[in-house]
Design a binder for this molecule. Sequence first.
Ligand code: AMP
Length: 423
Amino acid sequence: MSKKYSSFQSPKGMHDILPADQPWWERIRKEVKEATEAYNFLRIDTPIVEDASLFKRSIGETTDVVEKEMYAFESRGGDKLALRPEGTAGVVRAYIQNGLAHLGQPLKLYYEGTMFRYERPQAGRYRQHNQVGFEIIGGENDPIYDMQTIIPIYRILEGLKIKNLNIQINSVGCKECRSSYKKKLQNYYKHNLKDVCKDCKRRVNENPLRLLDCKELGCLEIKKKAPSIIDDLCDSCRKHFKGFLEYIEEMGLPYQLNPYLVRGMDYYNRTVFEIYADGFDFALAGGGRYDGLVEMLGGRSTPAVGGGFGAERIVEAMKALNLNMPSKLKPKVFLINIGELAKKKSLNIIDEFIAAGVKVSESLGKNSLSAQLRAADKEGAEQALILGQKEAFKESVIIRDMKSGAQETVPLQKVVAEVKRRI
Ligand code: AMP
């Protein structure tokens, strides 16, 4: 190929999902459909693009997601927009804008969609990824809803045969208890300032909770001895967390307390969680409570909790665990045509089979019998229907058993019933 026409590549960190991988994605979609129906979550779709300030205000100006990873741009009309880096802010914006509170208290919503983050691409970390998220908005500030957000996610992962799951949990408290914890955290990091990265030096004063999100090796080391927020929870947050623990115990789901889990976005309060599977260092799913978000975005004070999983990571986990690739439904029948008249009749014959619920494959552009038989073989069809010039003229068709090679000619009118009898 000449230099001038050198081929395009997808943008760094963004990938095509090729036909060979689609069965994995289909499996996930099927599991999501079943879980959302079983647990009564209603689907919502929001735009991929929102006002950049929506994310700034909700996720937080000094978070990595907003500060370093957001694809923000100005539209031709001068609007400051951003590709969504996550799903919750858009769902809450839609909840307020459309007055969805009247649909139920609480309202259980779910979404599936593409998210964008300008991250350093590596296994399980892409610049474009897909998330499925669950949100329970409104109702009481009850830890049972925290549990009800985790259950469908956990059941989906289980349904996809991802084994040895472990739910890491923590409480990040509320505004009141966090303020005394932040001071302790600041104090601790100020004593260790020389060993943390440039960004963390800044975070100590700007947004101390975000110190615990840092992925730099030196900072991870310092985090190991940082004070834990659990000791600072106020009575009401402690009660909420205790209630949540009772539910997770009752469900018998495997969990582990992780006092340093704070989850990268400022809108979280109280319960936060992440789900891991043995052998993977990245979280498959994560979420938490965000009681202040609806009000912060202009709605009424409304408790809420949500969580989501990343589909790319799930596909990677399924592949790494050597789970059986869901097999594409093989076509039972392959239609072979020879000559113009046969070709003309072929399309109607295929539709008759489809109407009768039989999957037909074909390679209608090919003319030779041998090429079409080879294609039938490659697709693993059980029966081939051969519509030659003579057969097309006489309104008949040959049914060939692809295994034994036995052939029989039947009237075209009866071919659907005859094939159905055989398969
Ligand atoms: P978060 O919005 O950060 O809570 O992420 C929720 C889930 O989305 C994570 O647990 C991951 O499974 C997935 N996820 C987040 N960021 C990425 C990314 N950059 N690439 C792939 N998956 C991601």
